[in-house]
Design a protein around this ligand. Structure first.
Ligand code: NZQ
Ligand code: ZN
Length: 387
């Protein structure tokens, strides 16, 4: 078991109607709030009006229209400007992971004198950030319980993961009823994203019985509950269990003491959504079984076999190689069955820029140090197999 150093300062307030406590929770942070949100879903579900009414005695500034795959120039830069000009005390992010990630970059940029891109790309250290409170409305990224954000800059095809302890939200409100309205496409993509967060931690060594069990049950929970909400989108208990499993996904708690995998699927997917602005979870689902097939070897077979037995219930008396191959096929079949597009072609990506993306990933993501190292050619092969 490896050493670790773990602290999560985020307070989680979970359940039906918890947002009614917003006024009391916001008070200690100050009077001047930047309210951030996306393209309109929070208005359609009545949450915007509710927040405005709960915060009627505060001074509210707004940044709406934050895009999925939030953009540096269009959203982070104006947000930083608003914070600096209006001496904002706290950011209240209301929306999905994109809104929250963007708010994290704004929070850090607002406390930095130079170009915010410098802190996002670690050219300058993050020495402070404004406090962030969020009402997360989409079960997927786990941004509500982690110290990371992902920011896109299409001008340079960059989609950059930015992680720093200053970015932990101070408080996250998680009311599963807000996810009832998430379109099926994004519900499925969110589940695929969370499953992938677990897999990125599961497929590494060393691991422990404790962590393996925790992650295997996380995967089973997501797979069982997503089928319930496909049939009944307002199944509260299924939505709630999915949400909490997602919340734990990127916080590191699933793999304390385990080895680092290098998160190869996220590195490869961020190029897909950086170049083509596709939905992150769909990109991950497409790449996952192709990556698994590509890295299946004597070294990895044992991990894939445990995954096959404990997540999919494959007969443990079969030869390990058989179990591993069946597990990879079962992963593909599951995503396909729930309705996720499973080829790059279906999400609008052809072979014209695969080489360029593989080069971008190989140069920028350090996958030569992953649990299973990947060269530029490996990355290209995985992209090609995903067409
Ligand atoms: O923009 P609005 O109108 O709010 O609509 C959003 C958006 O169109 C909609 N939506 C969200 N909540 C809704 C809703 N629609 C109806 N009802 C609701 N309650 O869903 C769409 C997608 O939202 P988005 O925030 O983009 O989704 P998600 O939460 O999956 O976030 C994706 C972003 O997070 C990054 C991804 O790369 C991507 O940029 N990631 C962040 C991570 C992190 N911070 O730890 C880790 C992840 O691996 C991931 O990379
Ligand atoms: Zn992800």
């Amino acid at each position: 078991m490896n050493n670790f150093d773990y602290q999560t300062p985020t307070r989680l307030i979970f359940g039906r109607d918890v947002v009614n406590r917003l006024t009391e929770i916001m008070k200690p942070f100050g009077q001047r709030i930047l309210l951030t949100y996306g393209g309109g879903s929070i208005k359609r579900i009545g949450l915007y009006d509710k927040v405005k009414s709960l915060l009627k005695d505060f001074e509210i500034y707004e940044l709406g229209g934050i895009e999925p795959n939030p953009k540096y120039t269009q959203s982070v830069v104006p947000g930083v400007k608003l914070c600096k000009e209006n001496k904002i005390d706290v950011i209240l992010a209301v929306g999905g992971g994109s809104v929250l990630d963007c708010s994290k970059a704004i929070a850090a940029g607002a406390c930095y004198d130079g170009e915010p891109w410098d802190v996002i790309t670690y050219k300058a250290p993050t020495l402070a950030a404004l406090p962030i409170v969020d009402i997360i409305t989409m079960a997927a990224t786990g941004s509500e319980y982690d110290a990371g954000g992902v920011i896109s800059r299409p001008e340079t095809n960059d989609k950059v993961g930015y992680v720093d302890p200053h970015l932990y939200p101070a408080v996250s409100f998680i009311d599963p009823t807000y996810t009832f309205s998430v379109p099926l496409k994004h519900t499925l993509a969110g589940v695929a994203d969370a499953m992938n967060h677990i897999m990125e931690q599961y497929f590494s060594e060393p691991s422990t019985i404790l962590n393996d069990g925790f992650m295997e049950s996380g995967l089973r929970s997501l797979m069982v509950n997503v089928k319930k909400i496909i049939d009944n989108p307002t199944d509260y208990d299924a939505r709630a269990e999915i949400f909490f499993t997602c919340t734990l996904g990127c916080n590191g708690i699933y793999s304390l003491g385990s080895g680092e995998s290098g998160w190869p699927l996220h590195a490869m997917e961020h190029a897909l959504s950086g170049y083509y602005d596709i939905t992150h979870g769909e990109g991950l689902a497409i790449l996952t079984p192709r990556w698994m097939k590509h890295v299946l070897s004597e070294k990895t077979m044992g991990r894939f076999a445990s995954y096959g037995v404990n997540v999919f219930g494959i007969d443990k008396t079969l030869p390990q190689k058989d179990i591993a191959e069946r597990a990879i096929q079962a992963t593909y079949d599951f995503f396909k069955e729930i309705g996720i597009p499973m080829t790059l072609g279906e999400v609008g990506i052809d072979n014209s820029r695969l080489q360029e993306m593989a080069h971008h990933v190989a140069v920028n993501e350090g996958l030569e140090h992953a649990w299973i190292p990947l060269t530029e050619q490996d990355i290209l092969d995985i992209y090609t197999a995903s067409l």
